[in-house]
Write a protein that binds this ligand. Structure first.
Ligand SMILES: [Fe+2]
Ligand SMILES: [Fe+2]
Length: 472
């Protein structure tokens, strides 16, 4: 079951050839996907030979095969993690019952919504990152970008498969819509706001793969708990790919931090801009921006939708099976931030309606670990600077804090004060211009742009000097 059939037009491990109707429907969607990739995917990249990994097996060990591939020839397909024998629903009103192999009719629209929302982010990120290949800091990094891009394309396949296989006609329509909405489009934008801003420079790309892709990790992990087994199995395999995206993000930002700290120590100043580096204070601004817009992706602190998804058994909590409680949450409380007399305080609400907040907390803790590791790089260079995550109230557009303004420490401030400080807290147009001015394309194998340190090792045992992308 776990071996992937590559003799098929659409590689898969779901016995697609046994369901002719579904196979035909997906084979009809395939050229639309390739057309989308051609138009909205990585700019001027279709003839490059790229050292890409492709899934050959969905088991935990050795699922990947590496080869030089032209991206349009990448074998996008449908890979589900293996069925867990006798899997039971682990939370909510159906806890203990067998997982569903078909969509439960009463939850159909909620499930579809969850799948569409997740699916929409996948092609969105490819669109956002479309021009980055033209300004890559190294051949190695160019390959990382392309690997992330083809895998986000595959994640779209994962969700489109579920829509086609389990939702009939409206599923097929939703699958078409996935290719018609575009990131930043005025008429047909992507569903979530953080996926409508272009990723215009590589610092933003590394931040994106750290912060946005990490949101992906937390969403997928919660969906992997789903009582709808095909969704769970799709997400479990997607998570193995997602881990690489976050590696690209964390190591990418880490290398920028390393170079900046190095230049700071060498020139005895934090103002390393004139020495070709990105000042640590500027990196902090990028963190403030990306972290705050990603917190919005988790939704309202108090959410009946999230409570329903949970009670219905559709979307669980992060590491649901490791949490020790009744997994029903009808009688439990959870602390969520609230605003009282101008102060951010914690107040208890029903744990069931606080599902979003709990996931946001888990996400924040995970982000903090990455920031701590970046700080160790700065410490090692003997530079006196510390990166931090801004307060959760800062720059929020969804939830409790959306109608007020806060500083980086979470103090309530006036709209005027926020406007006056915004450019010192988050990237302003001059910062963006400066960072963009550093983005000169470096593609010669082994060479690195001056603003980033080399990676500690190459890919799949290859040297850093290896030609990971042969440009044509
Ligand atoms: Fe993804
Ligand atoms: Fe990702």
């Amino acid at each position: 079951m776990s071996t992937i059939d590559y003799s098929e037009k659409i590689p898969n491990n779901v016995n697609l050839s046994e369901d002719r109707r579904l196979q035909r429907a997906l084979e009809k969607w395939q050229p639309a996907f390739l057309g989308w990739w051609d138009q909205m995917g990585p700019e001027s990249s279709s003839n490059h030979e790229v050292f890409l990994r492709t899934a050959i097996d969905v088991s935990a060990k050795g699922w990947a095969h590496f080869d030089m591939v032209k991206m349009p020839d990448y074998r996008w397909g449908i890979f589900l993690a293996d069925k867990e024998k006798d899997r039971k629903i682990g939370f909510g009103n159906h806890m203990g019952q067998d997982v569903w192999q078909e969509v439960p009719g009463e939850y159909r629209s909620e499930l579809r919504r969850l799948i569409v929302t997740q699916g929409d982010t996948e092609p969105a990120s490819v669109e956002q990152q479309r021009y980055l290949g033209l300004s890559c800091p190294s051949n190695y990094d160019l390959r990382s970008l392309f690997q992330v891009n083809v895998e986000e394309g595959r994640h779209l396949w994962a969700m489109v498969y579920l829509l086609h296989a389990y939702f009939g006609r409206d599923g097929r329509e939703e699958a078409e819509e996935m290719l018609l909405r575009h990131s930043g489009d005025v008429d047909k934008p992507r569903i979530l706001e953080a996926f409508n801003v272009p990723t215009e420079d590589w610092l933003s790309f590394f931040m994106f793969t750290f912060f946005q892709d990490r949101d992906g990790k937390f969403q997928l992990t919660s969906l992997a708990e789903s009582g709808f087994d095909p969704l769970s199995r799709s997400c479990r395999f997607m998570l193995t790919e997602e881990a690489h995206h976050m590696f690209v993000g964390e190591s990418g930002v880490g290398r920028v931090v390393e170079r900046s700290a190095q230049l700071s120590a060498e020139h005895d100043t934090l103002e390393v801009g004139r020495h070709g580096g990105i000042p640590l204070a500027m990196i902090q601004k990028w963190i403030n921006f990306h972290f705050s817009i990603c917190l919005d992706l988790f939704g309202q602190e108090k959410s009946t939708n999230a409570a329903n998804f949970y009670s219905m058994g559709l979307k669980g909590r992060y590491n649901e099976n490791k949490i020790e409680d009744d997994h029903l949450l009808n009688n439990d409380g959870f602390l969520v931030p609230d605003l009282q007399n101008g102060k951010v305080i914690m107040s208890e609400i029903s744990a069931l309606t606080a599902i979003n907040e709990r996931l946001r907390n888990d996400y924040r803790d995970d982000c903090q670990k990455g920031v701590d590791r970046w700080n160790r790089i700065i410490e090692k260079a003997n530079v006196d600077f510390k990166l931090t995550l801004p307060h959760i109230a800062f720059n929020r557009n969804i939830g409790t804090f959306q109608d007020n303004d806060f500083d980086l420490e979470g103090n309530l401030i006036s709209a005027e004060e926020f406007a006056a400080n915004k450019d010192t807290w988050m990237p302003n147009s001059k910062d963006r211009e400066f960072v963009k001015s550093l983005m000169q394309r470096v593609v010669e194998p082994g060479k690195m742009a001056g603003w980033i340190a080399p990676p500690s090792r190459g890919i799949q045992g290859k040297d850093i000097e290896y030609e990971y992308v042969i440009l044509q």
